[in-house]
Design a protein around this ligand. Structure first.
Ligand code: C2E
Ligand code: SIN
Ligand code: SIN
Ligand code: SIN
Ligand code: FE
Ligand code: FE
Length: 371
């Protein structure tokens, strides 16, 4: 793209990038798009987006055209200078400028000539990094117009990066909360250690092999740890009864599925709505003999069918207050017997076709004390 853009081309370009950025939630992808946008806006060969590290001692760049994942000390090079002085910098030939740090060129074999750098700051005016473009097309040099465009890009970039970082933070917090919340059900029934983590991993694997999209499989992975959240509504004396239930206890215990659904169903969050389905339907059985509604076959949401298998596989292989862990052969026999009865036959087939993967997950997330 060597030609200069006219105003309407410029607007179109900016608009198309903004659309792309708002459609993605992934931090690295956003940086990648911002780098492409800055490069195109300024007619440069390469763009690097540098971010200040958490300890403020270095600059790092995950995405850079032609290079990947570099870290440099914060006070080096032209970028370092731009950040330290809060200055926009335009240089026609880097090799004539002794601030230029040739080490990156030496590593990549690339010849940097013209450079333009603008610092990026957040709303509180804290510098969060810099955008650097290198080598104006057709051996040209960067001018004031290019600078204006890069400034425009940098304002927008700073905003997008900040909100993406925030989102990442929120998502990580959310993920942790989900396991914490999920393990409430687990600890109420003295299930040990990693039950909900294993159920999450088994569910993801089953979902992928069943043919759900990666996105949906990830959603189920986040939702499935909450399948037994309704156990918080069940009295201790019942949940922790060292022996088998009588009919009355059984009836009370069975309400955990509906209780979980009630807790989660009104959320507008996708994960919690999926968790509501999982809580409600993880004890339904393929032949219609499960609870609480006695749904049958495809009437049971795929999330429910998947979590049912994942949960039972894990429950049978674990000690419970009311029973010892089963031998694998006995579990496999039950799965064969229950194919098309308790469990979706297709999922049972997937389970046996990928048995090693399931056993590896179990090994990886083994409970501490019986390992
Ligand atoms: P859980 O222990 O996590 O078990 C989940 C599911 O795995 C059970 O759902 C059942 O389908 C299967 N499962 C677990 N252990 C066995 C077993 O020894 N034999 C067979 N055939 N299947 C097993 P279910 O039955 O709806 O139970 C839901 C939850 O109710 C259990 O979760 C557990 O917390 C509790 N629970 C069920 N039965 C008893 C019991 O007799 N005594 C006590 N104390 N708790 C029980
Ligand atoms: C710099 O000196 O600006 C950093 C090195 C580079 O990216 O070329
Ligand atoms: C159990 O053994 O705890 C439950 C048996 C079943 O309903 O599958
Ligand atoms: C879904 O509704 O999320 C999956 C579709 C299915 O039931 O297979
Ligand atoms: Fe349950
Ligand atoms: Fe469970």
């Amino acid at each position: 793209m060597g030609e200069t853009l006219n105003a309407s081309e410029l607007l179109n370009l900016i608009f198309s990038y903004i659309t792309k950025i708002s459609a993605t939630r992934n931090h690295d992808e956003i940086i990648d798009i911002l780098a492409n946008m800055s490069r195109e806006l300024t007619g440069a060969d390469r763009c690097t987006i540098w971010l200040v590290s958490d300890d403020k001692k270095s600059l790092w760049s995950k995405v850079a055209h032609g290079i990947d994942n570099i870290v440099i000390p914060i006070d080096t090079g032209i970028v370092g200078c731009s950040i330290a002085q809060r200055e926009k910098i335009i240089i026609d030939d880097a090799y004539d400028d002794d601030r230029f740090n040739k080490s990156v060129d030496l590593k990549t074999g690339y010849r940097t000539k013209s450079i333009m750098v603008v610092p990026m700051h957040n709303e509180d005016n804290v510098i969060i990094g810099a955008i650097q473009v290198i080598n104006k097309n057709n051996d040209g040099v960067f001018d004031e117009r290019d600078l204006e465009r890069l400034l425009l890009a940098s304002t927008y970039a700073a905003e997008s990066i900040e909100s993406a970082l925030l989102l990442k933070e929120i998502e990580q917090t959310q993920s942790e909360l989900i396991f914490t919340v999920g393990s409430i059900g687990e600890s109420r029934s003295k299930e040990t250690g990693n039950h909900v983590k294993r159920v999450a991993e088994y569910s993801y694997l089953l979902a992928i092999k069943y043919g759900l999209s990666k996105e949906e499989a990830l959603l189920l992975k986040e939702a499935s740890p909450m399948h037994d959240i309704g156990k918080i509504g069940i009295p201790d004396a019942i949940i922790n009864k060292p022996g088998r239930f009588n009919d009355e206890e059984r009836k009370i215990m069975d309400t955990h599925a509906f209780i979980g659904y009630k807790i989660l169903k009104d959320s507008t969050r996708r994960i919690l709505r999926s968790a509501a389905i999982v809580a409600y339907e993880h004890h339904e059985k393929w032949d219609g003999s499960g609870y609480p509604r006695g749904l049958k076959g495809d009437e049971i949401h795929i999330y429910g069918r998947i979590t049912a298998l994942a949960d039972v596989f894990d429950a049978l292989g674990s000690d419970r207050v009311y029973k010892k862990a089963w031998e694998d052969e006995k579990i496999f026999q039950l799965f064969k017997d229950e194919r098309g009865k308790h469990f979706d036959p297709k999922l049972i087939d997937i389970f046996f076709e990928n048995l090693d993967d399931f056993l590896n997950i179990r090994k990886k997330h083994k409970d501490g004390y019986n390992g």
